[in-house]
Design a protein around this ligand. Sequence first.
Ligand code: SF4
Length: 489
Amino acid sequence: MSHQMPPAHPFDDDKLREECGVFGAIGVSDAANFIALGLHALQHRGQEAGGIVTYDADSGFNSARRMGYVRDNFTSHEVMQTLPGSLGIGHVRYSTAGSKGQTAIRDVQPFFGEFAMGGAAIAHNGNITNADALRRELIERGSIFQSSSDSECIIHLMARSMGRNIPDRMEEALRKVEGAFSVVAMTRTKLIGVRDPLGVRPLVLGKLGDGWALASETCALDIIGAEFVREIEPGEMVVINAEKGVQSHFPFRPQKSRFCIFEHVYFSRPDSILGGRSVYETRENIGRELAKEAPVEADVVCPVPDSGTPAAIGYSLQSGIPYAMGIIRNQYMGRTFIEPTEQIRNMGVRLKLNVNRALIRGKRVILVDDSVVRGTTSRKIKEMILDAGAAEVHFRIASPPTAWPCFYGVDTPQREKLLAATMSEEEMTKHLGVNSLKFISLDGLYRAVGEAGGRDPKAPRYCDACFSGEYPVAPSDMIEKGFELKAVG
Ligand code: SF4
């Protein structure tokens, strides 16, 4: 039975959110069980809804789509027995707050299409930046959309293609799509994985016994005991079937890759491997860089849980200032108050985080967080730390100021709501009421992710548009709606 969920983080609207995670498996018995576990490991990439589609020769394509957590929906025998087969794909999503509202069940992926040569299901992580234009054109030509999701365009473009088989049709469809996409798809016999030419969002390949798996992150391979084989390359399409294994080709015009640098800072799980390096280690490096760039005399370094932890450890190691868990997270808060009352909502961040007073009282505290978005949570945390008797509060942020929205599959407030879009660092320091506030520089962040020379302004290796305002793919729908790109020169 499906049930309506409140936003997964009712007490924290002050983080950027990855909108999706994808997973696929082929050549394993009861693929749905592996997919459910994989999606569970990817739950941090989207908590509002999830779906699984499988194929079985006797019963054809089967699907289940549910609002809520994977662990609540895809563990019962009742549901899992409806998803037989050795081939399947799955998706978890977080709906964008505000602009599109909460997820409706019809927006929950994977999407399915029936074509002359058989059915296909598709799950998409990313965002199509020309989806409005494509949708208008498709509707004018007779397509009937079932959802409000940009990803559904891919199915309709495939339906219009004259390609001889489904991978050909998918290739043709994706050539018309702009923006970021990591896609897993399936036919009756094949599992398909594709990354956009810039490789903005991650996608990895794993080996599981005689079968194969595709996942947004390596942590989803670990949970099912699959061996991490490699990342799918930017612009690569892999078609996997039982007889021929993995066949790879590059259907798009080659471009320099621009992987999302924020995956390193925040979105990916710290136990995943990105670009051959542990995300945890990279975050520790970010903390070290931050300590070099923005030292301050203090007594203790505390992370803002949980995502600030590795950077805080790095800051502490580099600076020699002791690390302490000055703020403790109540892991179960979001689950306890499924429908919080107004009074409880007003208690806000205190419900989720509590200050470890004994460690804080009388101390000069460095608080390390991964980002400042609206700044609302940062202000509340500062108040809690001062209430607990801290002598000074210094914020150190493991990403540069987030001054631009993301149009590539991350939920970001409108530009005016981003603190760094409207205030200088000095103004933000005053606004937050802290003794000091420093962000890592863009060059420092590049160094921490392994670019010894920092950011090459002429050819940056990563997408860093939310910090720099330089969008590697022009967000054409948004420009049409009046979004102004950064003035150059
Ligand atoms: S704009 Fe920011 S969050 Fe979005 S893909 Fe680029 S680096 Fe990642």
